[in-house]
Write a protein that binds this ligand. Structure first.
Ligand code: NAP
Length: 332
């Protein structure tokens, strides 16, 4: 496992972090508590020390499960907990809310669910267009100064929003979407973070399972699974993306004796040196590819070959924008 320090802190993290959204069940067709705890323990046993969750994942459920797993693990000090605030569900609908009072309440609720008295990386989940960025930044800075959080992060923020935030508070991390298929940050957020010493926690490493190699044309998703609404998983795009996955798999096999899932995660690690890749898993066996990720790396020729495969197979690429919560509160 490779490790990196979060800029401006002494927090040392594995370059692969376990994403715990699916573990909360909500928008992933449910989850099993025992299997989820075992997945977290398995990740920790394999050298991953960063666990990324959020208050909204399962409306507190994911954080509760992380708290239970850490209690079983017994070494809170060996784990870096990243969680998020700023999505409200108190009216029954999910909406963005980074108002000061909400953040101050959320941190207490998260600490209780996580069974801890500090959070390592505390992130604003989505920019709230109804609250000044400065208000959220000030609240986060107060939590940082109080020692309740060890690093300040944002997620899904634009460069302009990060700039405004940094005029009020230090910003240690930023969490945008990024993977072989979803590259929009390459023209703005990525270079901004690189040149301003902000560590990125890049989410969606295997594009919600698409780059795992397990998807087939007839793969079905159950219950509230978010992939039912994902434009990449709808024809005719789904067929094109699957074709790209097949070609990427052939490439990985021929050149490195690996599979597409290894290529997808190696691509993240090599494309964004110094940053962190979040990989969502909900069963311990989904982390079995880890040992195959080390001892090789991708070079310029590989990046070009991968881009060529994408250009040849995907006619109308689409990003993860469908996941964004509504920009304004109900009634605003
Ligand atoms: P992801 O990592 O691209 O995909 C995760 C899904 O892929 C898993 O839930 C699992 O789903 C499948 N999978 C994982 N390993 C596999 C394997 N070895 N073989 C086959 N399938 C496998 O997507 P993500 O979970 O959306 O993103 C990762 C993390 O980033 C999240 O958990 C969360 O912590 C964070 N995130 C943050 C935001 C934000 O707004 N800040 C948004 C999205 C995600 P199935 O088994 O059901 O197929």
């Amino acid at each position: 496992m490779e490790y990196v320090k979060i800029s401006g802190t002494d927090i040392r993290c594995s370059r692969i972090g376990l994403g715990c959204w699916a573990i909360g069940g909500w928008l992933w067709g449910g989850s099993d508590e025992r299997e989820s705890i075992d997945t977290i323990l398995s990740a920790l046993g394999r050298g991953i020390n960063l666990v990324d969750t959020a208050a909204i994942y399962g409306f507190g459920r994911s954080e509760e499960i992380v708290g239970k797993a850490l209690a079983e693990h017994g070494r809170r000090d060996k784990v870096v907990i990243a969680t998020k605030a700023g999505l409200d569900w108190t009216t029954g609908k999910v909406y963005r809310n980074s108002a000061r009072d909400r953040i101050i309440q959320e941190v207490e609720d998260s600490l209780e669910r996580l069974r801890t008295d500090y959070i390592d990386i505390y992130q604003i989940h989505w920019p709230d267009f109804d609250t000044p960025v400065e208000e959220a930044a000030e609240a986060m800075n107060d939590l940082y100064k109080s020692g309740k959080i060890r690093a300040i992060g944002v997620s899904n923020y634009s460069v302009g929003q990060m700039d405004a935030f940094r005029r009020i508070a230090p910003l240690h991390t930023s969490q945008p979407p990024y993977n072989i298929f979803e590259r929009a940050i390459e023209c703005d957020v990525f270079p901004y973070c690189d040149s301003n010493g902000i560590t990125m926690l890049l989410y969606g490493a295997i594009c919600r399972g698409l780059l795992s190699g397990r998807m087939k044309g007839d793969t079905k998703f159950e219950g509230d699974d978010i992939r039912k609404a994902d434009p990449k998983f709808k024809e005719p795009r789904f067929g094109e993306y699957l074709k790209a996955v097949g070609k990427l798999d052939d490439y990985a096999r021929r050149k490195y004796g690996k599979r597409v899932i290894h290529l997808a995660i190696r691509w993240m690690l090599d494309r964004a040196p110094g940053h962190i890749t979040l990989w969502g898993a909900r069963r311990p066996d989904q982390l079995d590819p880890i040992p195959e990720l080390t001892g090789w790396s991708l070079d310029k020729d590989d990046f070009e070959a991968i881009d060529k495969i994408l250009a040849e197979t995907i006619k109308e690429p689409v990003g993860p924008e469908f996941m964004a919560p509504p920009e304004h509160r109900p009634g605003v």
